[in-house]
Structure formats: C-alpha cells, structure tokens
Design a protein around this ligand. Sequence first.
Ligand code: CAA
Length: 444
Amino acid sequence: MEYIQRIQKVSVLGAAGKMGSGILLLTAIEMADQMLKPENQGQSFVLNAIDTSDEGLVGLVKYIRLQVIKAAEKKVVSLRKVYSDKKALIENSDIIDAYVQDVMSVVRTTTRIEAAYDSTLIFEAVSENQALKEKLFRMINENNNSQPWFFTNTSSVPIGGLNKNASLGGRILGFHFYNPPAVQKLVELITIDENPIEMVEFANKYASNLRKTVVPSNDIAGFIGNGHFMRDALFGISEAERLSDEMPLYEAIYCIDRVTRDFLSRPMGIFQLIDYVGLDVVQFILRVMQPHMQGEKLHSSLLDELVLKGVKGGQFSDGSQKNGFLKYEKGKPVAVIDNITGSYVDINTFNESADHWLGAIPAEVLPWKSLVKVADKDKILEPAFKALQVSSLKGCELAVAYALNSRETARKLVSDGVAHNEKDVNTVLLTGFFHAYGPINDYL
Ligand code: CAA
C-alpha cells in the first residue's frame, strides 16, 4: 500500500485529549494537503476523531478550527497557488476560509469505536492505561479486515508488550509526540524487530511531512523523553523536600520552580512542567518505569499524597492550565500548594523573602524566551554557566546542582541503552521540551 492510500482512512483514538487533539490537528492538515494535490483530486480522505465524550468532541472541533485558521494564515502564499484554479477566491480571507473548510471536511467526530474498523492507520492517544490500550487494539484488530497499523502515543509503556498482549503481529510502533504536538518538533520513534519495513518507512515519511524531527529510542519503559523528565522531576521534588528543613515546603517548591526556570533558562519550572503534564500522568509513568529499573527508586510519596487529594494538574479542553503544585491565573503561577492544609498559599505572601534567599540571577543568564532566539548560544551559555558556577548565592548553587544531575541522567540514558547516543538525548530535550540547550554540554 502506497503512502497516499495508507493516509486516506485514519482514526485517532482519544482525539479530544490534549495529545489526541494535537495529533488530530496535524493529521487533518496532512490529509487535506494530500487531498488538495492535483494527482489526488476526487479521492476520499476520512479522519475519524474518536473519543468518549460528545462535549470533548465539540471542544475539539473548536480547537482544530482555530488552529487551522492560524496555520492557513501562515501559509497563505502557498495556499494561493493550491487554489489558483478557483478564481472566486480573491482575498486572503477567502483562501483561508476555503482551506479551513477543506481541512474540516476530512474530520468526522464520533464516540463509536466501530469507526476505526475501516481505517488503515490508527493513532492511539487514550489515557496511559495499558489494559485499556490493549483492549482497544484487540477490538479494532479483530474487527478490521485491512490489517491496520497502530501508532501509539504511549510515553512509557514498552511497545513489545503491547504488540504481544494485543496479538498485533508487529503492526504497532511507538510514535510519541510531545506536548503540545502542534508546537514541539519532536517525534520519538520506537520500533520493534517485528515491524514491517514499510511501516517504519511510512512513519518516517509521515513525520517528515509534518516537519517533525524523529529521534529513535530503544523499547525501554519511559523511552528517552520520560527517562530524563521523570528523573529530573524526582530530583526537583527531592530538592524541595530537602529545602523544607529550612522553609515551608510550599516556599521550597516555589524556589526550585524558579531556579529550574529562571536560573537555568528553561521554558517552564519543573513543578510547572509536572502540572502541565499532569501529576497523575507522571505518577503513572513512574509506576510503568519502576519494575524495569532495578536498583533505582522511581517514586515520590508527595506526588502520591497530592494525587490522592485530587490535585492532578493537566489542562482544560481549551488548553488552559489546571491547578497542581501551583495555582494558575491566566496561565501564570500565582500560588503554591500547602500539602498539609491542601490549600494554596499566595506567592505574594512569601516571594520577597524567598527571592532574597535565592539571590539575584547573574546578569549573564538570559530568560528562555530571549535565549531560544539566539543563533550562537555558546556565546551566551558559556559565561552564563561560569557565572552560576562561581557564585555562592543559593539560587546559583541549586541551579548548578540541577544542571549536573540533568547531565548525569542524560548520560545514563545512553549507558543504559535507551538512547543510541548523547546527541539523541540532547535533541529530545531541545525539540520535545523546547530547551534552549542540551543537558550534555561543556558549560559546566
Ligand atoms: N496548541 C497549539 N499551539 C499552541 C499550544 C497548543 N496547545 N500551546 C501553545 N501554543 C502556541 C501558541 O499559540 C504560540 O503560538 P504563536 O507563537 O504562533 O502565537 C506558541 O505556541 C507559544 O506559546 P505562548 O506564547 O503562549 O507561550 P510560550 O512561548 O511560553 O510557549 C510552550 C508555551 C510552547 C508550552 C512552552 O512553554 C514550552 O515549550 N514549555 C515546555 C513544554 C514541555 O516541556 N513539553 C513536553 C512535556 S513532556 C511530554 O509531552 C511527553 C510526555 O510523555 C509526558
């Protein structure tokens, strides 16, 4: 089956979720772009957006429409060529409307899993629940006569196990997008020996059409991205717990979040990132990884305690951030959870003393937003890390310890055989987590 035939009948499972909606968006655009090519005129393209809640699917359509308008605005010049035979489309807004209509014409929302019984390609982005994933794969595989390919977005569950338990005969691979899929450039590709070669070739071509960077990971629980993120997160939590000997835990969480964002020029502090992914998702990933990582403790009692209290983070269907370790207003952290009372403490009540305790950020350290745009980052990062290293201020010391732990974690992923090489680990952090520099560097 050619690329074009494979991409004509597609389903996304969990389409209304935060990952599913991004995968649906990117796939709908790719399908419409293929449909609009002269050689494919008249062919049908169907993308089933499958999810359990009608309300979620309504929110999904709103999200897709808005994002397609943005995408169309960015490529209006090339779209004008695509629609050159449609003389009635004069203004840019006509072109944009036509494109939005074409993309939306591909998408069929449904709560019925049966829609996937006719698909040749299935993207799976349901919640991180291995039993649920296997049940859905088995159901579709048993009822679909076209030997479909399954691309799972699992961020942690080994693909070999899913293949075996759902009896898929090698027609599954890990195609792991990063959040938000429309923004992050990375796809982590996890293949298994049983995969047909054409399936892997298709995966690479599809990723390339989406303009994604592909990094291969070996099939080891957590893969590269979460192999780093989980250990980075646990280190952050343990650092905050250690600091809580000298300040309340909520203040320590604020300090570590600030160090990991502002002192290390990352897009988000580590606690904000845990909230963004979801405390319950992080807890699940740790549980999946733990049995595979003998001799290492991948667990946080604080995380368990908060999830038990219903503090889960994650996002609302409009993409806004739910409260987790931090409480958000208009996307900005405004308070931190007090694990004892379960209520949030306003940052304004303690940030002055906490910021004083951390000390000033060295002038050489640029905020992430400015740093990502700089072409020659070495010129900025070498003096920035030097300044952090020579300083005896608490914030700088914490930042250096954090960066060293991140580097050690990254190197371990290579020595444990998860990543093929150090460059791949750096690429995952640069393109999946939008870091401005890789964890394995010579700055320290
Ligand atoms: N869908 C589409 N576009 C989105 C979006 C979404 N959900 N969220 C943000 N964007 C777009 C914005 O519209 C904006 O686009 P324009 O520049 O065209 O206006 C752009 O992204 C930047 O957004 P903002 O200006 O609002 O904010 P920002 O510059 O601070 O960037 C961010 C936001 C991209 C989320 C950035 O903070 C970031 O990359 N943070 C790190 C996120 C991260 O680490 N993700 C990986 C999580 S781990 C994972 O996914 C794997 C796993 O298995 C757990």
